[in-house]
Ligand binder design. Structure first.
Ligand code: ACM
Length: 267
């Protein structure tokens, strides 16, 4: 089965959910027959929260929040799977999370397990590995931004059968777009990194987000890449089942040729 998969890249307006939702709708109008779309991390709230109180004022629960309602509406209207990052409020605190919503409204949540820098001051870390999710367009795993720096995240998703890794991001360091080549190649999975653009200067620091959203094939080929400083949409035809072939050079297998019994230092 071939599907049209891709990303939306845009500048998120801090604290303006309505403006961000309007922007997503406008960009979506430019997408022809999307079947899987990935949006950035914290796609409707912005990134650099001053403190926990500000984060809480912009966070929403997984069940019943405006982002869930919007994604459910868009997934049904376009008959697509959509993934977006959002600030999740829970009784014990807030998580940097992402949700995946299917056309029938089925929704899945993932809470970022590797919090970056000052995120640790406001968010709670997720305490569960992301899992591969069966969807009408293939088996999809979510990871969020800085999770890329820990290859175990993508590896565990591949071991769980993910064919595509949806990777909502708000990247500020310069390496991810190159490094995802290795995440795709070493795991034999498609990766869709949906980054944002623009600058936030909300505290004593200025953060510039690096754009360059990209879709890489299960063999590490760059099928699409956005500019570093402009809104963009991309859709590429991909065959998720191609990611089930882990063979390499005839006699090896990306997962089967591992020697986990020797990797004891990882524990
Ligand atoms: C990041 O994890 N947003 C850099």
């Amino acid at each position: 089965m071939t599907i049209n998969a891709g990303y939306l890249q845009y500048e998120v307006s801090f604290g303006d959910w309505d403006a961000n939702a309007a922007q997503v709708r406008t960009l979506l109008d430019q997408c022809r027959d999307p079947q899987l779309l990935v949006l950035p991390e914290l796609a409707f709230s912005g990134y650099d929260f001053k403190d926990k109180a500000e984060l809480l004022s912009l966070a929403e629960p997984f069940d019943g929040g405006p982002t869930r309602a919007l994604l459910t509406e868009l997934a049904a209207a376009k008959d697509m799977v959509i993934v977006a990052g959002y600030a999740e409020s829970a009784p014990e605190g807030c998580y940097n999370a992402s949700m995946l919503v299917c056309p029938d409204g089925t929704a899945h949540n993932y809470r970022k397990i590797h919090l970056f820098n000052r995120e640790q001051d406001v968010f709670l870390p997720g305490d569960a590995l992301p899992r591969a999710i069966d969807t009408p367009v293939g088996r999809i795993g979510m990871m969020i931004c800085f999770d890329w720096f820990f290859p175990e995240t993508a590896r565990c998703l591949a071991l769980d059968g993910a064919q595509i890794i949806a990777h909502p991001s708000n990247l500020v360091l310069p390496w991810c777009q190159q490094a995802m080549f290795a995440r795709s190649l070493e795991n034999g999975v498609f990766t869709i990194t949906a980054n944002r653009i623009g600058t936030e200067a909300r505290t004593d620091r200025e953060l510039t987000f690096t754009g360059g959203s990209q879709l890489l094939s299960n063999r590490g080929e760059r099928l699409a890449q956005a500019p570093i400083d402009a809104a963009a949409v991309a859709l590429c035809p991909i065959e998720p089942a191609a990611a089930d072939d882990k063979s390499i050079a005839g006699r090896n297998d990306l997962l089967g040729s591992r020697r986990p019994e020797l990797y004891t230092a990882l524990h």
